[in-house]
Design a protein around this ligand. Structure first.
Ligand code: AOF
Ligand code: ZN
Length: 365
């Protein structure tokens, strides 16, 4: 087995431990190796704290002089909340630095590796690059666009329904799929749903796993139809909620919601609804780097149509519901010509519990 890949895999695994905790920073892992032995390990644990490289150096069991550092993201070259890691690696006299990918942060973008090379350190970039880019897909989108990475997640029956014709929807997917959804909620900064889903299902939209941070609950509601007793309006200390609305919002309702501690975002309209692109830009300015979109079907279509969706995960349960009026994951008007269909690329398919899952990225070309 390729030794560089072996150690980089370890660095990526370490990086993964930070998922959901480093926002808006990337997840990064680092492994220090001498003569085929790992002598130090570290990962970035939280924004504002030590970078992975520094944690690995601090954990080293012997001198790192002449050793190789495997790091899942190019070492930084800029003064942020912490000094440049590249300078530290030069000072510690590393012999070789292997990075999985270049840092897409415009402040770094190759300058970290360049600095190391100029100091006479052997460098290499691109080992397990695909895996590294996938691990930091949120950071990659956010640092270059300042708008959140949007992940559409839905669960449907084998015949493509998300509820029966009478509106019953709990539970279509199996327990394993639902658990995975909760893990996702724990690593996304925000979770978004439309008011129709709130009215129909009264979901909590929290992460019900141990030690997980609740995502910001984002409800899209252009006229403020949300019932004041909805579960998403409760427990604001543990899981805050923002409602994206428009100038058509009811004044009294606005006052009532504000009094409950709910933040309202006034967003311009597009076709009579909340302009989702503007909403994403607004959320970006509030530091929300990632959004898990959990429908319902009208909002899902609007999100696709406005081009804000980056990734989609579709859980398919081995049940058949039927009913011409039973809803499917994506409603709205839909496309008219097949060649206009939204297409997934880089897809992965597999089974989870008794369900089947298909996942991919929206092809924006
Ligand atoms: C991290 N963790 O392990 C590495 C990062 O604001 P700062 O000083 O924490 O810098 C954040 C930037 O540093 C980040 O956008 C990325 O470009 C670079 N590398 N960041 O949070 C790390 N290696
Ligand atoms: Zn750094």
């Amino acid at each position: 087995m390729d030794m560089d890949e072996k150690f980089m895999r370890e660095a990526l695994d370490l990086a993964g431990k930070g998922l959901g905790k480093t926002s808006p920073n990337p997840v990064v892992g680092a492994v220090i190796v001498r003569d085929g032995r790992v002598i130090g390990r570290g990962y970035h644990q939280r924004a504002g704290e030590n970078h992975a490289e520094i944690n690995a150096i601090n954990s080293a069991t012997e001198s790192v002089e002449g050793a190789t550092m495997y790091v899942s993201l190019e070492p930084c070259s800029h003064y942020g909340k912490t000094p440049p890691c590249a300078d530290k690696l030069i000072e510690m006299k590393f012999g070789r630095v292997v990075a999985a990918m270049e840092d897409p942060n415009p402040k770094v973008a190759g300058k970290g590796m360049e600095k190391l090379r100029a100091a006479g350190i052997q460098t290499e970039t691109g080992v397990l690059k695909r895996e590294a880019m996938k691990l930091n897909e949120v950071f990659l989108k956010f640092i270059t666009t300042r708008t959140p990475f949007v992940h559409l997640k839905t669960a449907m029956s084998a015949d493509g329904k998300i509820a029966t014709s009478t509106g019953e929807s709990r539970w279509i997917s199996c327990e394993e799929s639902r658990l995975e959804t909760h893990s996702l909620r724990g690593i996304y900064a925000g979770i978004m749903a439309g008011v129709q889903t709130v009215i129909a299902d009264d979901p909590e939209l929290t992460c019900r796993k141990e030690n997980c941070t609740n995502p910001l609950r984002i409800i899209v509601d252009s006229t403020l139809r949300i019932p004041l007793e909805s579960k998403v309006l409760k427990n604001q200390d543990e899981a805050p909620t923002v409602i994206a609305t428009t100038h058509r919002a009811d004044e009294e309702k606005m006052k009532a919601l504000s009094a409950m501690g709910i933040q309202l975002l006034m967003i311009p309209e597009r076709n009579g609804r909340v302009n989702l692109r503007v909403l994403m830009e607004t959320l970006g300015t509030h530091g929300v780097d990632s959004v898990l979109l959990e429908g319902g079907s009208t909002l899902n279509y609007s999100a696709l149509e406005e081009g804000i969706v980056d990734k989609a995960s579709i859980y398919i349960a081995p049940i058949i519901i039927g009913g011409a009026g039973a809803p499917s994951p994506v409603g709205g008007e839909g496309i008219h010509k097949l060649d206009m269909a939204y297409r997934l690329k880089d897809i992965t398919c597999g089974s989870i519990g008794s369900d089947f899952k298909i996942e991919g990225y929206i092809d924006k070309e």
